[in-house]
Design a protein around this ligand. Structure first.
Ligand SMILES: *[C@@H]1O[C@H](CO)[C@@H](O)[C@H](O)[C@H]1NC(C)=O
Ligand SMILES: *[C@@H]1O[C@H](CO)[C@@H](O)[C@H](O)[C@H]1NC(C)=O
Ligand SMILES: *[C@@H]1O[C@H](CO)[C@@H](O)[C@H](O)[C@H]1NC(C)=O
Length: 519
């Protein structure tokens, strides 16, 4: 822990003028000598956010934004230049002044004096690292994984098992409180506004359409903030789904349609058909508590939905940093997407207050290692038990979530859960306001002396009262079910049907792999 220095309100990771002056470059004729100055003030902890000695810090390098829905062809990147960082800092300070005294508005960053900053885009984060043996797929480049998930890859059982390797990787030290707080701040950084600028570059050429207004920003879409540690060659990709901030209780106006559609698609039992009054987000509802599973799967994988969009962003990051280790993080929907991305490509992922994403992981047929689902995984879900979205109690016709048009019905997480018991420790009541990232940072992550312990989640089933039928229209659902992978379960038979087969999957094991076909 850092000692508070009341005489000095600057945060410890804000570059103190003292640091700047301690490196003096002396030039005599043609020779320049760099004279290292004194060390930072002695009170600074070496494991703090600013790791001055090794310079082994993560800095924001670029931001991706990707449209969804009709704008899904738009994918752009913005490089963080010194001018932009300085402009963004000015905008941040202006907004902060405007928001002062604005009752009920969420702080833009954190109120904690230790972690406050005058420019969130200039912060250098130091993250603790630990070696981790991660069970992941041997082959996991985007092309391969896309084929795998769409079911275009098939393999024998032995091959399927051989796909999984124990990889020694470096992962964030999630037992370290400072590291967890830093990752949460990186997740919250994805919410902070940046100035309107024309410097966005097209990652993919968006054909001949005119640029939509503010996609991936105030409007629909996904943003990815790329932090890079050049000393250790590690990238942290922080994912933001716009809806998280617009959830009920965030104090902001309603979000746009696509976010709600995607949230309801990912975290509801059946296209958010909560009652006959609801406009469903997809057409998979068959009849009372009966839903078409292959229809749901097809909907989730659509190119204009969040999952596919996020993979596009990941591809962009891979192109930028081909040899780097990549970690992912995010809050709420961003956290759930981080977890889905981590599972797809075998990346360490740290999510904050994310809704249950086990159901979506299965519907997307993401790879689960053979054995226990959370065995040797690098996925961690931090959250507290007074957040209805994290706990999966954000449902029921009269809940505040439903009233705002959200059907977040899932509760089950994959990987490990790290839960702060604020209900008992602090007497909190379950409330949507407790979902906000800054409330979580200021009062939970900073409010405890230690990071929550991460454990395997209790056995958990979502949507148990629903009946998911393989397909109500078998001919039209061939895309998802005709191709085969072997099951990772030793007892399952391996099928090798061809892509043109019209067979339909009528049974899946818990890994989501098809085990029974109706030819
Ligand atoms: C991880 O963090 C904990 C808590 O700060 C610390 O005790 C431990 O030594 C760290 N592990 C490594 C490998 O640095
Ligand atoms: C991105 O693509 C759009 C549509 O083709 C085009 O209008 C715009 O100028 C491009 N932006 C840049 C920076 O090239
Ligand atoms: C491109 O232009 C054509 C012809 O004007 C139009 O029909 C089409 O909708 C436009 N957009 C795309 C994505 O092709």
């Amino acid at each position: 822990m850092l000692s508070k220095r009341s005489s000095h309100k600057r945060p410890r990771f804000f570059l103190h003028p003292g640091y700047v002056l301690t490196v003096v470059i002396l030039c005599f004729a043609a020779y320049c000598v760099v004279v290292p100055g004194t060390l930072p003030p002695s009170k600074r902890s070496s494991k703090g956010i600013l790791d001055q000695k090794s310079k082994s810090t993560f800095k924001l390098k670029s931001i991706y934004r990707h449209g969804v829905g009709v704008n899904h062809r738009w994918h752009q990147r913005l490089e963080m230049t010194p001018e932009l960082i300085s402009k963004a800092g000015t905008l941040y300070q202006e907004t902060a002044v405007q928001m002062q005294g604005d009752e009920g508005s969420e702080p833009l960053w954190t109120n904690n004096a230790e972690y406050a900053t005058s420019n969130p885009f200039d912060v250098e984060f130091a993250l603790g690292k630990v070696p981790l043996t991660l069970k992941r797929m041997k082959q996991r480049d985007p092309d391969y994984m896309e084929a795998y998930i769409s079911g275009e890859t098939y393999m024998s059982e032995a091959e399927a098992h051989a796909m999984w390797i124990d990889d020694d990787v470096v992962a964030p030290n999630i037992t370290d409180r400072d590291t967890v707080i830093s990752l949460a701040l990186m997740s919250s950084n994805a919410y902070v506004r940046i100035p309107q600028t024309g410097d966005w570059r097209n990652v993919t050429q968006p054909w001949n359409e005119t640029e939509p207004e503010d996609f991936g920003w105030d409007g629909d879409g996904i943003r990815g903030h790329v932090f890079y540690n050049e000393v250790e060659n590690i990238v942290v990709l922080s994912i933001k789904g716009t809806s998280a901030q617009g959830l009920p209780g965030s104090g902001e106006d309603e979000t746009t349609g696509n976010d709600k559609v995607n949230d309801n698609l990912l975290f509801s039992c059946c296209c958010a058909r909560v009652s006959y009054l609801w406009t469903t987000v997809c057409d998979c509802y068959v009849k009372s508590y009966t839903c078409d599973e292959s229809c749901l799967e097809k909907e989730l994988m659509r190119k204009d939905r969040f999952y596919s969009t996020m993979i596009d962003i990941y591809k962009g990051v891979l192109e930028e940093y081909p040899d780097a280790a990549i970690w992912v993080t995010g809050h709420s929907l961003g956290g759930a997407l981080a977890s889905l991305l981590g599972r797809t490509f075998g990346l360490p992922a740290v999510a904050f207050e994310s809704p249950g994403e086990l159901l979506a992981s299965k519907r997307l047929h993401l790879p689960f290692p053979p054995g226990l689902p959370s065995y040797m995984e690098g996925i961690w879900h931090f959250g507290h038990n007074a957040d209805p979205i994290f706990m999966g109690t954000c449902n029921g016709a009269s809940s505040s979530c439903s009233l705002a048009g959200y059907a977040m019905e899932t509760a089950c997480h994959t990987g490990r859960v790290c839960i702060y018991d604020v209900v008992n420790d602090k007497g909190w009541r379950v409330n949507m306001f407790n979902h906000r990232i800054h409330k979580v940072i200021d009062e939970v992550l900073l409010g405890y002396d230690q990071a929550a312990k991460c454990v395997e989640p209790e056995p958990c089933v979502d949507c148990y009262n629903w009946d998911f039928i393989p397909s109500r229209d078998r001919k039209s659902s061939s895309r998802l079910v005709t191709k085969t992978r072997s099951s990772a379960k030793p007892t399952a038979t391996t099928r090798t049907t061809t892509t043109t087969s019209s067979s339909t999957c009528v049974g899946r094991n818990w890994l989501g792999f098809c085990t029974k076909y109706d030819l």
